[in-house]
Design a binder for this molecule. Sequence first.
Ligand SMILES: [Fe+2]
Length: 486
Amino acid sequence: MQRGRILIVDDDPLVRDVLSAILSHSGLYETELAGDGLTGIGKVKDGDYDMVFTDLTMPGKSGIDFIREAVKLRPSLPVVVITGNSTLDSAINAMREGAKDFITKPFNIATITSIADRIIGEQRLLSRIDRGDNRDSFIGRLNAELFKRLQEISVLQSLSSELDALYSNKEIYEKIVEMISRLLVVKEVSFGIIEQGMLKIRNAVGVTARESSVAGTLFERVVATGRHTLTPFGEINPHTGLPLTTPFLAVPFTISGEVFGIISLSNKADGATFTDDEVSLALTFAKKAAQRIENNALYEVFYNNLINTLKSLVNSIEARDSYTKQHSERVTTYALKIAEAMRLPAEDKDALRFGGYLHDIGKIGVRDTILLKPGQLTPEETAEINLHPVIGGNIIKPLQFFPKEREIILHHHEHVDGSGYPDRLVGGAIPATARILAVADAYDAMTSSRPYRQTKTRDHAVQELRRCSQTQFDPEVVCAFLQLLG
Ligand SMILES: [Fe+2]
């Protein structure tokens, strides 16, 4: 059989090589590589490919632009997106532009080969039918398929935005149950986690059982096979132990190849059974929600490790300077309270939680003789201390995941009147998080002792904040903070 030709477009040579190695290994595919969108388009023009894998974020032509042009040049060329993004939005955007599917990084070998097998298989079937008869029925099927895909995409879209707004797994579990009961119009839905042979219900509608053993039930089959079961009347309802009176759908919730939980659906409002499309919708839903939870878990581990490392770095700076002990911790607490009062979005609060701790991390680059100097600083010494936001920004720069945190570190000494540093930003050009941190930082600095100045009383600090409101500080932030102080 003729080998499939696959084009891989990614600016990361490692990703290109790994993908190419995975695909070539089977002997079924040969690959061609492109390091950016422009080269990719050139290859699409000249080459005859069966499918394309493309990255979304690349220097120069973006992945989305590449897809748009590639699909225009070769409408039948299937493009699959590789996304490193933890949200599904970018992937869904790409699908709107004509991408056929997407995979999330880090990917595994089985996913890559099964996607290539499926898509190239479909392509070959399509070209066979294109040449032969039975065209009408094929178009009919294609339309039905298209409708199904569109439906899935719109589900994914609302799922994506609704799930992305949630941070804790608990909220995600609640949302899973709510959305699935809404989507499939069923009266009984449960989401449970498998632990030591038990299904422990985390959230449910219309199901009263809290936990049950999976042994001997239809749930056991789902766990063993990793596949869904749609059970007609007659079998036993695993939640109640009574014979089923309506069809019962059990869908595995799989994370890293293991059945982590089960979503059960029964008692459809219209009394009918689940159609193939509804089963497929439930499966897609479970798959995407599981990805969200898995990403959450990966992100949490990664984020926590990193935060702990950086926190110990901050502690080591603060340990040098006994006056500023726990300064960052107090500043973070104040800043979060202000952000809460000002109703900042959750992502800004997250950025403050991390950025607050790290705001002075650049002081690691300031000499002890200056940092700990008890008297007045010379202009040169002041200039050196004033470099700490830029140094801090550079420390965190390689961690591309934290752009908002970096803004806080970089701009926490800007003044709203433009007289601050390092960029002399004015008013709203200073990120809200940095404006908040500036107030929290100044208040804590005034009310805790520093080598170069006496501790001020709380009243004096409040007066200072008021006095410098509109010049140094954002008046709205000062107002919110003073209200908090009572
Ligand atoms: Fe600072």
